[in-house]
Design a protein. Sequence first.
Length: 346
Amino acid sequence: MYEEFYGLTGKPFLLNPDPKFFFESTGHKRAMAYMRYGLQQEQGFIVVTGDVGTGKSMLVSNLFKEIEGKDLVAAKIVSTNVKDVDLLRLISAEFDLPHERKSKAALLTQLEDFFRASVEDGKRVLLVIDEAQNMPRSAIEELRMLSNFEMDGKPLAQSFLLGQREFRVIMRAPGLEQLRQRVIAAYHLKPLSIGEVKQYIHHRLSIVGWNDDPAIDEEIYERIFALTSGVPRRINTLFDRLLLTGYLDDSHKIALDHLEAVRSEIEAEQGEDADEEFDVRPQNPSSGQSSSKHNQANLATNTEVEELDKRITQIQRTVERLSKSVQDLQQPREVHQPENGSRFPV
């Protein structure tokens, strides 16, 4: 749809964590450095936390891209609220091991045997748990027990845990002292800074062949930062809508009026709460302390932010479905070739 209009080779702001779009912000670069350090140490837990949409899943995708072809057997588990035995089944399934109707003891024995066979084959085992904040205490404890499997004094498996902010609180809970002692590095991923927002947008556009079409008003970036708080997933959703709006207006320049149009659409789709959640009006620099207090008073809770993110995701998916329908309608129609060689639609 808008890709052809702007001469792009693909959609630059899809929600799926495609590692080719990985952007090394200050925070993401540091988080990747911690995970690489963990791989070098070949032991212990690495913990990375961050609020909804800050790019934790993108970190995992980029990590798996980096370790591709190396002597690692890696499994990614997107955690839901599962019991310890169910987590063991999920891990077994990721390693293509039989897991149905097996007892906890049988699953543990099978995993230990698999880990040992992998090490003897010259490979290390890596477990990456995403959305770790959803794990109950019993499942977290089971991960610690898996780290007890050793051979020649070295652990057979290593675990990276990625979760939302509340996982930091869970890790400080009484009774998890043994797990905390095995954490060799932990990092909390923050949103992009106002300067990084522009770099992030340009980076993703450049991946799909952007050549200043559309041109982008300089003031747009500050407004987008104000609207999204620098959260990458929100930026993706918003800028995808901006490109669609520019295309529908037959415009090769993204201006503030396009941003206002998208903002109005979001307000209409989400109701009255959008006024508070999406305020892209210019801030008065003289407001000083009162502005700061106002911002603090309006900070959303994690639950509110997560719900907002879900609604934005639903909106973009609806737009993508509509875009696909329009593309289907725009496919070349069958033409009739008359004897004189001219072509005309039938």
